[in-house]
Ligand binder design. Structure first.
Ligand code: 5GP
Length: 194
């Protein structure tokens, strides 16, 4: 997605050879117009799939998911990362190792909102080593739901997540494919534009 790549080049901060900070439009401040485009693109790519719900992870997956949910006309469920007083029983849970926090934490979704009749689109902001996506796939499996695929806003193609998921025959659609962050410069994988 050209507009997303342009935004990354213009506003992204390369924190290291492995970490990209996009706090001005995705991870802290949100650019609603860009998120709308992102949501429309996910909806276009999964249009033939009869999605019933979108499953994401709080908090940065929520904005692109809601925009996609609006177009697909389906509800959006976000897995919770923190313990909640109101989310106490009948949970699907999975342990997720966080690439950015470097710690393992449980994620949880109420069993009320996922059933074995659901056909899910999983969405997340970044794909690095695939741990968040695997946790969400695990939760979908616990519910007996099927998964049409995973929509990622920014995939870091130099990390293992994309390969790991595609080897499991999971359809992964990434709107920006970062090839490298070396030398403080963002380069994209060739042919990644659509
Ligand atoms: P994974 O689980 O694929 O290893 O990492 C994906 C998760 O870690 C995403 O949900 C995202 O929050 C976070 N993440 C991974 N890499 C980056 C990065 O380069 N920048 C930012 N802002 N978040 C990242």
């Amino acid at each position: 997605m050209k507009s997303l790549q342009d935004k990354i080049v213009k506003e992204g901060n390369v924190l290291s050879d492995e970490v990209l900070k996009v706090d001005s439009f995705l991870n802290h401040q949100i650019d609603p117009k860009l998120m709308k485009e992102v949501g429309e693109e996910f909806a276009r790519r999964f249009a033939g799939e009869k999605i019933t719900k979108i499953l994401t992870l709080e908090s940065s997956g929520i904005a692109p998911s809601v925009m996609a949910g609006l177009v697909l006309d389906v509800p959006v469920i976000f897995a919770r990362k923190r313990k909640s007083l109101t989310l106490t029983q009948n949970l699907y849970t999975a342990d997720v190792y966080s690439f950015t926090k470097q710690e393992t934490n449980p994620i949880a979704v109420s069993q009320t909102f996922l059933t074995n009749e659901d056909h899910l689109l999983i969405i997340d902001d970044f794909l690095a080593n695939g741990q968040a996506a695997l946790g969400l796939l695990d939760i979908a499996e616990q519910a007996g739901a099927t998964v049409a695929g995973i929509g990622i806003v920014i995939e870091k193609a130099f990390q293992d997540g994309g390969k790991l998921l595609r080897e499991k025959n999971v359809r992964v659609e990434s709107l920006a494919m970062v090839q490298s962050l070396e030398g403080g410069k963002v380069t994209f994988k060739e042919g990644a534009l659509s």
